[in-house]
Design a protein around this ligand. Structure first.
Ligand code: GLC
Length: 470
């Protein structure tokens, strides 16, 4: 049998990545069924997650009401949950206005010599590094002494699955997104209340802030959008993150009937595991992760994994023709994937400048000087992976939007979206919108996608403010 060309091998590998509308419709049905099961699970078991009953954790955010935009005051926020750590000083001015200052650091920078995600790093080492990020912001504002005399409330966005019995306590159930901090130490994070860990680190530094609320980033994004949005836009009832990880929260119309304290549910839908059309590279990504068998949906969607999926497909397509560097795990990051994918978006005119940029990207990550045919294949691979991510993200947005019952005639809702994949790539958002139109038909016109501007950080501050004025 004649050997296949690289381009033929690419077509063969990409066929299962390109999902048909029938496959998407079937997944959407399964996703919606899972949501119904999840509500029933919460009603029956309360705070306890029973994975055999539902892959979603359906966590109570304990946030009972969406802010009005009138909340005022100065609050601090700490946002931790992926590639960046962010300390934020928010001045809520009322009328939906916020003045904010930030200290953003990537995780590596924040940890210095320590790898904050590693299993040998202890809980106190992690939380000390996080608090240091707040201290720098406080010092920049020369506010340390003032805060000691006038302790200020802090909202903590902690973007991992946590069980909350109240707004100011939050027990980490499991790490996601490649984190393994504390696993090999006698100071774990999993199973602990992150407010206690944060407060201990705050006290070690003698910082005058007090953690008053913990929110997931999806919840923070929803709250921040609800605070800042124009009164003329429809209510914000869904929060989505499409970044290092992926997840959604939504306002459940019958939350109380299902036993919730709050009305916003952090679904943790990244763990969805029904009817997933997993390809061989999805299976490898999962097997190599520290949370094998978990977060399968997230592993097909979010930024932490997209580079690996493209890299593994590249190896399958090019085999030994690819340089050794391609064999190195995590040698391609999401930003680089986005550059490649943007060149293959249908309807875009490829230019020689775009091709040159893509070739330079491949040279940079893999030291590989590629010809025109090879770069075209790599662009197609990156696009197919990102487009599948957009389609799956659309399934979750469509399902939660429908569930709020606000898409009926005369209704409408805003979906707040944060996360670098979405915020930094306009074409990715356009693909999601296209898929939403295919899935929802006319109803899609009643749905507004709103990019949150640092939603997850500001949202925690808004949450603290809303509690104080309640
Ligand atoms: C992961 C976390 C989830 C978070 C999401 C986005 O899925 O488990 O809590 O919302 O990443 O950061």
């Amino acid at each position: 049998m004649a050997q296949l060309t690289a381009s033929q091998r690419a077509q063969r590998e990409l066929a299962p990545v390109r999902l048909t509308s029938e496959q998407l419709a079937e997944m959407r049905r399964a996703f919606e069924e899972e949501l119904v099961k999840g509500l029933a699970m919460h009603k029956k078991h309360g705070l306890k997650w029973v994975p055999e009953e539902c892959s979603f954790r359906m966590l109570d955010s304990c946030v009972a009401s969406v802010p009005t935009g009138d909340e005022k005051g100065i609050y601090y926020a700490l946002d931790f949950g992926g590639t960046n750590v962010r300390a934020v000083r928010c001045e809520l001015l009322g009328g939906g206005k916020v003045k904010s200052q930030q200290n953003i650091k990537n995780l590596a920078e924040c940890g210095g010599a320590l790898d904050l995600m590693a299993r040998d790093t202890t809980a106190s080492q992690l939380f000390d590094a996080l608090v240091e990020c707040i201290c720098e912001l406080v010092d920049n504002n020369k506010e340390a002494e003032y805060l000691k005399r006038n302790p200020t409330k802090l909202g903590f966005t902690f973007s991992f699955p946590c069980v909350q019995a109240a707004l100011n306590t939050s027990v980490l159930e499991a790490w996601t997104k490649g984190f393994a901090t504390g696993y090999n130490t006698d100071e774990p994070v999993v199973g602990k209340d992150v407010v206690t860990l944060l407060t201990a680190a705050i006290n070690r530094k003698g910082l005058g802030v007090e953690c008053a609320a913990v929110v997931n980033d999806t919840v923070g994004t929803l709250l921040s959008c609800a605070y800042q949005k124009q009164p003329s836009t429809p209510p914000c009832l869904v929060g989505a993150i499409l970044g290092t990880g992926s997840n959604c929260c939504y306002v459940e119309p019958e939350a109380a009937a299902y036993g919730y304290t709050g009305s916003i549910i952090n679904v943790e839908c990244g763990n969805f595991n029904k009817r997933l059309p997993l390809t061989p590279v999805d299976v490898i990504v999962d097997e190599k992760s520290p949370n094998k068998g978990q977060q399968l949906f997230e592993k097909m969607i979010s930024g932490f994994y997209l580079g690996e999926l493209v890299r593994l497909l590249t190896l399958r397509i090019f085999g030994d023709a690819a340089p050794a560097k391609v064999k190195e795990e995590f040698s391609l990051d999401t930003k680089q994937v986005s550059i490649l994918a943007a060149a293959a978006v249908p309807g875009t005119q490829g230019s020689s400048a775009t091709t040159a940029k893509c070739k330079a990207t491949i040279k940079e990550c893999w030291g590989w000087e590629v010809d025109d045919e090879t770069i075209k294949i790599l662009e197609d691979v990156a696009f197919a992976i990102c487009d599948r991510s957009a389609a799956l993200a659309a399934i979750s947005i469509a399902a939660f939007s429908d569930r709020t019952k606000s898409l009926e005639a005369g209704g409408g809702l805003t979906v707040a979206v944060d996360g670098s994949l979405y915020v930094k790539n306009k074409w990715y958002g356009e693909r999601i919108k296209q898929y939403l139109k295919d899935m929802l038909g006319d109803k899609a016109s009643r749905l507004v996608l709103s990019a949150a501007d640092d939603g997850s950080g500001k949202g925690a501050a808004v949450c603290v403010a809303a509690v104080r004025t309640a």
